[in-house]
Design a protein around this ligand. Structure first.
Ligand code: SAH
Ligand code: F3S
Length: 452
């Protein structure tokens, strides 16, 4: 059977989509290749959130066309995902070697299109239409073979799309309107995963706090998302629940209180803030103020003082003044994030911010990026240092990526811990004593060895 290589760019949603496509291909008899060399089909699952991500995937496809397709003209080349959605046919016009362009609501059609192309029934296929019910089609998992570490943790897609329309963001255009799966459908998928050995589940969506907003009525003051958390929490054998990404405006008291009520919900949250300036937050269409954002963190930390809170911040948004940027720096100091992903603003096609006056020079973006990064890293380092000498629980995921002789696990607060262990620890909840903090990594020993 033909072998397929899938390369993924961008966020965890893309990783999950690629995994589901891979599993659908395997179910139909295709094999998975670990690199493009020798593969019969090469698919790039793309990201559009910043220009650099698009250019990377286009550059990669140009290389593949020049180096692989030239020698093996029968190789099938395809783009999937966000850039496929936003550029469609243009991609084939620009790169005539490309055979297949599959949009974000069509991942599950990949197998059929490949069958047809390989059988010579069709040549070029571009499918970027909308499809009702497509939010429920990302459900197959690969739990064996070359991705064995996934046995311990798994991602489950709960919704697709976003209706927030932040003025800088292309996602509402590439991923479409918010569409949620049903609670029973999601719970059934989680149950299957747990039956196969998974112990931690991360619920995924572009704006998970909007889950079920249109379809699931508020019950006892609880949003659809909190009702989903409760339903997943009941599954026996599941140890930990995570989710990403929430929107700060979705952090109502029902969700804050869920951290106190639901022990499997870990003390970790990725809460994108984007800016510390109220003026910019408004122009970005974020739907909260600096004060409201800091208020949420305060409430969360009142319940879980050690909560591992991370964020995304954009520097160099159009019209961002020195004073606005100072507000972002001061917010970062006050919020004391455990980590922050900083992005230089990148104008995106058809988004309002791309048309705004006062686009800032690259140099300003780079300077602000460097200043903020230095501050964020300093604060993060102090959080990591705080663990040294303490005992903490980890869930062991498998060998460390940097050094496969050692094992790695994650704390409930989402910090990586590397320790001397063995395969038999995989999937275990273990107490470790932390003896050293490196850059965004902790080093520990199983606590049983530290009887002093
Ligand atoms: N809610 C989604 C957001 C996807 S984009 C999620 O977390 O999955 C991820 C991050 O990229 C955003 O939080 C934002 O900080 C950044 N980003 C989005 N559009 C951007 C742009 N045009 N330029 C720079 N960074 C951007
Ligand atoms: Fe993008 Fe804002 Fe939605 S960042 S994904 S439009 S919440």
């Amino acid at each position: 059977m033909p072998s397929v290589y899938i390369k993924t760019y961008g966020c965890q949603m893309n990783e999950r989509d690629s995994e589901a496509v891979a599993a659908q291909l395997v179910a139909k008899g295709y094999t998975l290749a670990s690199s493009e060399v020798g593969a019969d089909v090469i698919l790039l699952n793309t990201c559009s959130v910043r220009d650099a991500a698009e250019q990377k995937a286009i550059g990669k496809m140009q290389n593949i066309a020049a180096e692989i397709r030239r020698n093996r003209p029968e190789v099938v080349l395809g783009f999937m995902g966000c850039m496929a959605q936003s550029r469609g046919q243009q991609l084939i016009d620009k790169l005539p070697d490309v055979d297949l362009v599959i949009g974000t609501q069509k991942f599950h059609r990949t197998v059929d299109y490949l069958d047809d192309i390989l059988a010579g029934k069709r040549t070029k296929v571009v499918d970027v239409g909308e499809e009702q019910g497509s939010e429920a089609t990302i459900r197959e998992h690969i739990l064996n073979g070359n991705t064995a570490e996934n046995l311990v943790t798994a991602f489950v897609s709960i919704m697709q799309g976003c209706n927030q329309y932040c003025t800088f963001c292309i996602v509402p255009y590439t991923r479409g309107e918010e569409r949620s799966r049903t609670i029973p459908d999601i719970v059934a998928e989680c149950r299957e995963l747990i039956a196969r050995g998974v112990r931690e589940i991360t619920l995924l969506g572009q704006i998970v706090t909007s889950y079920g907003k249109r379809d699931i009525p508020i019950k006892d003051g609880k949003s659809g998302f909190v009702q989903l958390l409760e339903a997943v929490h009941e599954i026996e054998g599941l140890e930990r629940i995570r989710f990403t990404s929430p929107h700060p405006k979705g952090y109502g008291d029902d969700l804050v209180e869920a951290y106190a009520r639901l022990p499997k919900l870990v003390e970790s949250a990725h809460l994108p803030v984007q800016s510390g300036s109220d003026r910019l937050l408004k122009i970005m269409h974020r739907g909260y103020t600096r004060e409201r954002f800091l208020g949420i963190l305060e409430k969360l930390r009142r319940i879980k003082p050690n909560m591992g809170i991370t964020t995304d911040i954009i520097v160099g948004f159009p019209g961002e003044t020195d004073a606005d940027f100072e507000e972002t720096l001061s917010l970062a100091r006050e919020a004391k994030f455990h980590n922050a992903y900083i992005f230089k603003y990148s104008p995106r096609k058809d988004t309002p911010a791309a048309e705004m006056p006062d686009q800032l020079p690259q140099l300003v973006k780079e300077e602000r990026n460097a200043r903020l990064l230095a501050l964020v890293n300093e604060i993060a380092a102090s959080h990591y240092e705080n663990y040294v000498g303490r005992q903490t629980q980890i869930l062991v995921e498998g060998p460390s990526k940097k050094n496969s002789a050692r094992m790695m696990g994650r704390t409930r607060t989402n910090k990586i811990v590397v320790f001397e262990g063995s395969e038999r620890h995989r999937g275990q909840l273990m107490d470790v004593k932390i003896n050293r903090a490196g850059s965004f990594t902790l080093y520990g020993d199983p606590a049983i060895l530290n009887l002093d």
